[in-house]
Write a protein that binds this ligand. Structure first.
Ligand SMILES: [Zn+2]
Length: 149
């Protein structure tokens, strides 16, 4: 997948954009796109507006009207992670710390990384971008974990 990280970004900013593209790729999307809409020259003080979109089978998730590529990447990452269920079965949190209900995610070495060490879910061949099958895989994992306790 072409991550399309803009080449004018400094190292720290590029990491945030790369981590977003990586996260999107791991979430099973089929396409990731970042770009901007030219400022409206007729409006004083107008700025270019950035967007970042990802495509799943039949669904598109994205953010737009952002001030730059870093805010677009961060906003999309938060959108993907907030309220999501981590592979360990806890809710993902981006703030604070781990507790019994939440698993803290942060960027480590250019990737969004959970603080648990549960193995990633491997999707069946040909099901990339299929959120329904991802949900089934998550449910399956939950049942297996529940069975062990
Ligand atoms: Zn976790």
């Amino acid at each position: 997948m072409n991550t399309g990280v803009p080449d004018f970004l400094d190292e720290d900013d590029a990491i945030i954009v790369e981590a977003c593209a990586d996260l999107a790729g791991r979430s099973g999307c089929t396409a990731w796109e970042m770009g901007y809409v030219d400022k409206d020259e007729s409006v004083p003080g107008s700025e270019d507006k950035w967007y970042c979109h990802i495509q799943y089978a039949g669904t598109r998730i994205g953010v737009s009207d952002m001030d730059g590529p870093v805010s677009a990447a961060m906003a999309l990452s938060v959108k993907l992670l907030r309220g999501a269920t981590c592979r360990c079965g806890k809710l993902v949190t981006l703030l604070g710390r781990n507790d019994q209900a939440r698993c803290l995610w942060r960027i480590v070495e250019r990737r969004w990384t959970p603080s648990c060490d549960v193995e990633p879910i491997h999707m069946p061949e040909g099901s990339r971008g299929d959120l329904r099958r991802l949900g089934e895989a998550m449910d399956q994992r939950q049942r297996e974990q529940g069975g062990k306790r």
